[in-house]
Design a protein around this ligand. Sequence first.
Ligand code: URA
Length: 216
Amino acid sequence: MTVHNLAETNSVLNHFISEIRDLEIQKDSMRFRRNIERIGEILSYEMSQKLSFRSKTVQTPLGEKNVSIVSEKLVLCSVLRAGLPLHQGVLNYFDQIENAFISAYRKHTTTEDFDIKVEYLASPSLEGKTVILADPMLATGSSLVAVLKALKNMGNIKQIHIVSVIAAREGVEFVAKHFPENSHLWVATIDADLNSKGYIVPGLGDAGDLAFGEKI
Ligand code: URA
C-alpha cells in the first residue's frame, strides 16, 4: 500500500484540519461537516492523479480540443455514519461515480475491547472496478479490514483508494498489512497515538457524533 500523507506539504488543507480538531469550532456541526466535505474534495483531487485517463475530443464553439478524462469504472464506498460528509466531498468531484454504503461499528465486549460488526452493505457489482473507500477516522484499522472482507463478496476489485481525514500510525500499519499491495491511502494527516479505547490521540473525538449528534 502506498501512503500519501497530505499534511507533509503546507496547504490550505491544514486550515480545515485545524478547524475540525478545535473544541470551540467543533460546536458548529454544520461547519464540521462542511470542513470534512472540503477535505474530501481535496483528497479526491490528489487521488485523481493516480487514476487511468483516456483521450477524448471535445467540440467547442470555436473548434476541437483533445482532452484527458478518467477512464476507470469507479465506485465510492463509505463507512456509515461518519463517512457521509466525506462521501459528499468525493461525490462533488466524481459526479458520475457509482455508490456503495456499508455499516461497521464497534460492539464493545468490555469498556476497552470491541469487535467490529458489519451488518449493512448496499453495493453495485465491484467486478473490475476501482473502489474509493471513504472512512474519515482510520484508528485501529480493524473496521477497514472488516469492510474489505465484506466487499470481496461483491466481485474482483481492480484497485482500492482509501480516503481518510485523520489516521493513527498504528492503524496505517495494520491496514497496509491486510490490503492489496497496489492499494493507496490518501490521508489528510497522521497522528502518533491511539488511546486504550481505540480513539486517535490527539485526533478530534468522535467524528460521527460531531457531524450528526451523540447517540445512545
Ligand atoms: N472514530 C472516531 O470518530 N474517532 C476516533 O478517534 C476513532 C474512531
